[in-house]
Design a protein around this ligand. Sequence first.
Ligand SMILES: NC(=O)c1ccc[n+]([C@@H]2O[C@H](COP(=O)([O-])OP(=O)(O)OC[C@H]3O[C@@H](n4cnc5c(N)ncnc54)[C@H](OP(=O)(O)O)[C@@H]3O)[C@@H](O)[C@H]2O)c1
Length: 331
Amino acid sequence: MTMNKQWLLASRPTGWPTEANFRLVETAIPTADDGEIVVRNHFMSLDPYMRGRMDDGKSYAQPQPLDQVMQGGSVGEVIESRSPKFAVGDKVRGGLGWQQYGKAKAELFVKITETRVPLSAYLGVLGMPGVTAWMGLSQIIEPKAGETLVVSAASGAVGGVVGQLAKAKGCHVVGIAGGAMKCKLVVEEFGFDTCVDYKAADFREKFKNATPKGVDGYFENVGGEVLDTVFGRMNAFGRVAVCGLIAGYNEAAAPMTQFRAILINRLKVQGFIVSERMDLWPQALQELAGLVVSGNLKYRETVAQGIEAAPRAFLGLLKGENVGKQVVKLI
Ligand SMILES: NC(=O)c1ccc[n+]([C@@H]2O[C@H](COP(=O)([O-])OP(=O)(O)OC[C@H]3O[C@@H](n4cnc5c(N)ncnc54)[C@H](OP(=O)(O)O)[C@@H]3O)[C@@H](O)[C@H]2O)c1
């Protein structure tokens, strides 16, 4: 291969994005300058936060620039190095985005030396989503044995890890996910105590039955009606880690009616962004890797094939077509 295929952001969406918001281009494979490495991406990550960056409104991060390569996490192999930190053939995690090859300063990459775990896992359970799960749970919810812990988007990259970590702490773990197949996976493979399908007509009733002792900790990934339902079941001094609100990323989510639950239950509700505590990443990743290698932390991936498939897979992720971490396999 002599050329590099890249997806650029062609235009900003209004509401739901379409494939027309992206443009595929071909450029020459880059070469390294001093202190840089060139990487051939094996997998690239697709994540819900990318939808937010397609807008140019106020947020915690700068918008994705138009006509630039879509930003995002990637893992791959060093093919040229002008840094003493890396040799050709090293496997690395970095942020080269939606492209087959990329280059950047060597300090922006992390070497992957563990060979017992597939490379793609470093975009999911042993990457940003895994650390997100670990951080929201350990730093905000601080679960205790015997408490009821609820997590939404429970079959996803973040949610699946949250529930398993909480289960290991001795919690009664209740997942919320879209559809019977995802709920089955959450219980049978990830070991949650139960899982409620938020798409079912009697969701509120089923959720009430699934949480007979109320809710002590809630890991929020979704917002809208799901958030409203859980807030109506919170116990006094409950803790809520607000991680994501995906129900509102493309359209207005159902308004919240249970705000007073924060006052009457004296809840702690805290939003967080995983990149703001980089100091915690090494500890989180070490613990998560130990659990994955010992077989005590399960994960699922949905793998789209080839760079051309990226926009389609990204739109599918926003609609819940993925099970577990959504990645794109590039070679
Ligand atoms: N704060 C941070 O630093 C941080 C870091 C990473 C991720 N996040 C957030 O964490 C959440 C999960 O991310 P992830 O990477 O693990 O994604 P994911 O759960 O693997 O995939 C997204 C899932 O969201 C669910 N979903 C989509 N639309 C929904 C709706 N209208 N109502 C309810 N559920 C809906 C779908 O599952 P169903 O089929 O179950 O609906 C879909 O599979 C996202 O909100 C993301 O933005 C935050």
